[in-house]
Design a protein around this ligand. Structure first.
Ligand SMILES: [Zn+2]
Length: 141
C-alpha cells in the first residue's frame, strides 16, 4: 500500500532552503482545510493515514508552525489557491512545466528549466520568423 505515495514530491523549500513558516492565521486556515479536505486525516480517530504522519499516528501538520506534510502541500493546500500562493513564495526549486525536471528559478514567474527555456525561445523565434516570411510572401503575390 505504500507504493501510491512514492511519487509525492518533496516539500518545497523557500529560497533559503528551509521549510515555509506559517503565520497564526495561515495555521488556522490549514487546520480547517485538513479537517475538511484531507483524505488522509481521520477526524473521528484524529489519526493521519498519510505517509508523513507523526510517530504517534497523529497529523504532523496540525501542530506545526511550518509546512511539514508533503500530502498537505501537494494535495490539500492547492485546493485553496490564494492561501497556497501566499505560503509558497519564491520556492528554491520549481518543476519545469515542459520536461518536469527541478530547476532554480531566476524569477518567480519562470516556468521552464534553463535548457527548456532556451528551446522554447528558439521555437518562438522560428515561429515568428516563419510568420514574417509568410506575410511577406502574401504581400508579394
Ligand atoms: Zn525543462
Amino acid at each position: 500500500m505504500k507504493s501510491m505515495y512514492l511519487n509525492i514530491p518533496p516539500l518545497t523549500k523557500n529560497a533559503a532552503g528551509t521549510p515555509y513558516q506559517l503565520t497564526g492565521k495561515q495555521r488556522k486556515k490549514i487546520r480547517s482545510l485538513i479537517h475538511k479536505e484531507c483524505c488522509n486525516y481521520d477526524s473521528w480517530y484524529r489519526e493521519c493515514l498519510g505517509p508523513d504522519r507523526a510517530d504517534d499516528g497523529s497529523c504532523i501538520q496540525l501542530g506545526a508552525d511550518h509546512l511539514a506534510c508533503r500530502w498537505m502541500e501537494h494535495a490539500v493546500l492547492p485546493l485553496d489557491p490564494e492561501l497556497h500562493a501566499k505560503i509558497i513564495r519564491n520556492p528554491a526549486k520549481k518543476h519545469c512545466i515542459r520536461c518536469g525536471s527541478w530547476f532554480l528559478p531566476g524569477s518567480g514567474r519562470a516556468l521552464y528549466c534553463p535548457s527548456c527555456a532556451n528551446q522554447v525561445r528558439k521555437e518562438h523565434k522560428r515561429d515568428s520568423a516563419r510568420k514574417r516570411r509568410h506575410t511577406t510572401e502574401i504581400k508579394r503575390s
